[in-house]
Design a protein around this ligand. Structure first.
Ligand code: IMP
Ligand code: MG
Length: 184
């Protein structure tokens, strides 16, 4: 693990415990994931659905490493309850305008913690008869191991710590960090 940045003007004076995944490590892994996804979807329409807001940085980098035709859309889900604990009740706030029937859907998430958000979303999308639903996450905490929709593409196994950066937030801060850090 790298040392924390000595002084980063992006940090609002908040202390960063340590950098968990640095920029170069993420960049290299995203290239590999793009190649895996390219190879996994040989034909048919592919719709990459980013779950906002957390996936926006990862998704932007990832789609540029997928070397086949695809479309991009987004979902906004809201879970009831506090912001750090997933309640498992997921509601779609923004619904993709794209027709989902017959499409291969790749659902892109920043981090899987309990996995409840993604499982509920996948159930919601399945009703619209897509050709397939694949789940991709930059980070996976492996808290819940028995998911009805397994995560097919995982960037990194994540430590059981609160992580920020590269799209992940704490109270809407830190999404713009180019690395993933563990917040003290
Ligand atoms: P799950 O439904 O428990 O898997 O929660 C997933 C969502 O919780 C992610 O999309 C994030 O928005 C948020 N989340 C979970 N762990 C973290 C973390 O370590 N840092 C920032 N957000 C997190
Ligand atoms: Mg969040």
């Amino acid at each position: 693990m790298s040392a924390p940045p000595v002084s980063d003007p992006r940090l609002l004076g908040r202390e960063v415990l340590r950098i968990a995944f640095d920029e170069a490590t993420i960049r290299q892994r995203v290239v590999e994931m793009g190649a895996e996804i390219t190879a996994a979807y040989p034909e048919g329409d592919l719709l990459v659905l980013g779950l906002l807001k957390g996936s926006f940085v990862f998704l932007a980098d990832l789609v540029r490493q997928i070397h086949r035709p695809l479309h991009v859309d987004f979902l906004v889900a809201s879970s009831y309850g506090t912001d750090t604990v997933s309640s498992g009740n997921v509601r779609l706030v923004y619904d993709p305008e794209t027709e989902l029937a017959g499409q291969h859907i790749l659902l892109v998430e920043d981090i899987v913690d309990s996995g409840r958000t993604l499982q509920k979303l996948a159930d919601t999308l399945r009703v619209r008869n897509p050709a397939s639903i694949g789940i991709c996450a930059l980070l996976h905490k492996h808290i819940a191991e028995h998911l009805s929709h397994p995560v097919r593409f995982v960037g990194f196994d994540a430590p059981h710590e609160f992580l920020v950066g590269y799209g992940l937030d704490h109270a809407e801060n830190f999404r713009h960090l180019p690395y993933v850090a563990s917040l003290k």
